[in-house]
Design a protein around this ligand. Structure first.
Ligand SMILES: NC(=O)c1ccc[n+]([C@@H]2O[C@H](COP(=O)([O-])OP(=O)(O)OC[C@H]3O[C@@H](n4cnc5c(N)ncnc54)[C@H](O)[C@@H]3O)[C@@H](O)[C@H]2O)c1
Length: 476
């Protein structure tokens, strides 16, 4: 399979997986909507005492319009979740992308199941680096924009969304470097000051199984946490492996298409793939790590020129000295492992049974997940992707606080610490990461279709890669 067809297949699968999650089909959606509208009207009737500034949100019982910026696998999934919320009506009205084929495929993918809740005529489909502005211009304040491009564009698009008074759903990770983290923390505060609701796609936080496990851990059911472990080890994934630029489209668009290959676009496979386990392990611990040290290497690269290692092993340290161990691997023929654990002084827990946060979560009296020692197992199987949307739209309609930006940036900084520690072979503290002066793509807001990519290859088509120990201050 060519590298191009691999990403298309991956995206389609991602779209189907996330779009299907939690949807009961159009009939179910419409049935649910009748009930919720009645509730929303009651809520609106009690909202008269709210300030004029808040009234637009509180009385928001009418259709919430949505624009999708970044029409790939997750964007299609998120749009499907938006149109499947319990408390609709929600309507997709505009789409933006830099790649026409992606927009077309996602529009067609959504048009079957969601035809009744979409109204995206050709004049509201936008292509180009300024497409996001046109899509957001099609909305009114209080509507929602979905930001599901690779992370390099997150702060650019979020800035405009705030300017336009839009509520936002944006995907993880939010940043891959310190300067961008500072921008996003500040933007998160601006959004809160304007009473905008912002969801961030760390969906573990909306898994009811993980929420119950978190409560049980806080109640001391496995004692004090002394060790967390996360594993995401599989074969080659997404666009993480890339051969030389084939010259079939501009190098910038090709790098964007293959964003897992380039640290400027995604933080590489490390940030894009491993953030979920890092985030939910830290959540169980109720702390972010203060430092990280790590190993990693490029073993079997063949003709690949991307910037990723194919294995990573990170030791994170929390303020109380306890650890989170995170192993990541993209390697053919190696044993697959994809789950996470918590260990306490009185017992242990499976956090994610499989994948990023799939249930059941469970608790054991010993340190091994032996069935005979199981004390509790979760039963909820609702989709966290749908739950995060139900929560966001409920917050918009009810004018309840909903701003996940700080947590999203914190999780992205913690993830970047581990990546930087592996790439430089140095111990990296939280402050080292946050104050690092390496900004991978400072001019993302100025890109045009003719711009060169922020990462240039040498005369042989080879890109700079991390060289642990030899390059200590910057990742490449
Ligand atoms: N929460 C999750 O479980 C989950 C799952 C998958 C992906 N994601 C996240 O979603 C994001 C997208 O991932 P994906 O798998 O959908 O990738 P994808 O390549 O399938 O989709 C990204 C889309 O964004 C478009 N795009 C890129 N730059 C753009 C720009 N400047 N303006 C407009 N469109 C632009 C691309 O052309 C592409 O269509 C990533 O941040 C990824 O980490 C999250």
């Amino acid at each position: 399979m060519s590298s191009k067809s691999r990403i298309l297949v991956t995206s389609r699968r991602g779209f189907l997986k996330t779009a299907a999650a939690g949807t009961g089909g159009i009939a179910g959606i419409l049935a649910g909507r009748t009930v919720i509208n009645a509730q929303s009207k009651t809520a609106a009737a009690t909202a008269t005492a709210l300030t004029a500034a808040n009234a637009a949100h509180a009385e928001h019982t009418d259709t919430i319009q949505v624009a999708l910026v970044g029409c790939g696998g997750r964007g299609g999934g998120a749009a499907g979740n938006a149109m499947s919320v319990k408390n609709g009506p929600v309507k997709l009205v505009a789409m933006a992308d830099v790649l026409e084929d992606r927009l077309k495929a996602t529009f067609e993918g959504l048009s079957g199941e969601y035809a009744a809740t979409m109204d995206v005529p050709p004049e509201r489909k936008f292509i180009g680096f300024d497409a996001y502005k046109h899509a957001m211009d099609a909305l009114k304040p209080g509507d929602v924009v979905i930001l599901t491009t690779p992370l390099a564009f997150r702060w650019v698009h979020f800035t405009y969304a705030i300017e336009k008074g839009l509520n936002v759903f944006m995907e993880k990770p939010l940043i891959a470097d310190g300067p961008s983290a500072k921008k996003m923390y500040a933007l998160g505060e601006q959004a809160a000051a304007k009473n905008l609701k912002v969801g961030v796609g760390l969906m573990s936080r909306h898994s009811k199984a993980l929420i119950e496990l978190h409560d049980r851990i806080q109640n001391g059911e496995i004692g004090e946490l002394i060790l967390m472990r996360g594993y995401r080890m599989a074969g080659p994934l997404g666009s993480a492996f890339s051969e030389k630029w084939p010259g079939t489209e501009t190098e910038l668009l090709w790098q964007i298409r293959r964003f897992h290959s380039f640290i400027w676009a995604s933080g590489g496979c490390f940030s894009d793939f491993y953030i979920h386990h890092i985030d939910h392990c830290c959540w169980m611990k109720n702390a972010w790590p203060v430092k990280a040290q790590a190993l990693g290497g490029r073993h079997y690269r063949g003709g690949n020129v991307d910037q990723n290692f194919d294995s990573y092993s990170v030791e994170y340290t929390f303020p109380d000295g306890t650890k989170l161990l995170l192993d990541g691997r993209c390697m053919v023929g190696a044993a697959p492992m994809y789950h996470s654990y918590a260990h306490g002084t009185k017992g242990s827990a499976i956090i994610a049974k499989r994948n990023d946060c799939d249930p059941p979560s469970s608790i054991y009296s010993g340190q091994s997940p032996d069935r005979a020692k199981m004390l509790w197992q979760s039963t909820d199987t609702s989709s966290p992707y749908q739950n995060e949307w139900d929560g966001l739209i409920a917050a918009i309609r009810g004018d309840k606080p909903w701003n996940e930006v700080k947590r999203g940036v914190d999780a992205s900084v913690a993830t970047s610490m581990g990546r930087m520690a592996a790439h430089t072979a140095q111990e990296i503290t939280w402050d080292d990461m946050l104050n690092s002066d390496q900004e991978f793509s400072p001019n993302t807001d100025k890109f045009t279709m003719d711009s060169p990519p922020p990462l240039l290859a040498d005369a042989n088509g080879i890109y700079p890669v991390p060289m642990p120990g030899l390059k200590q201050k910057h990742e490449y």
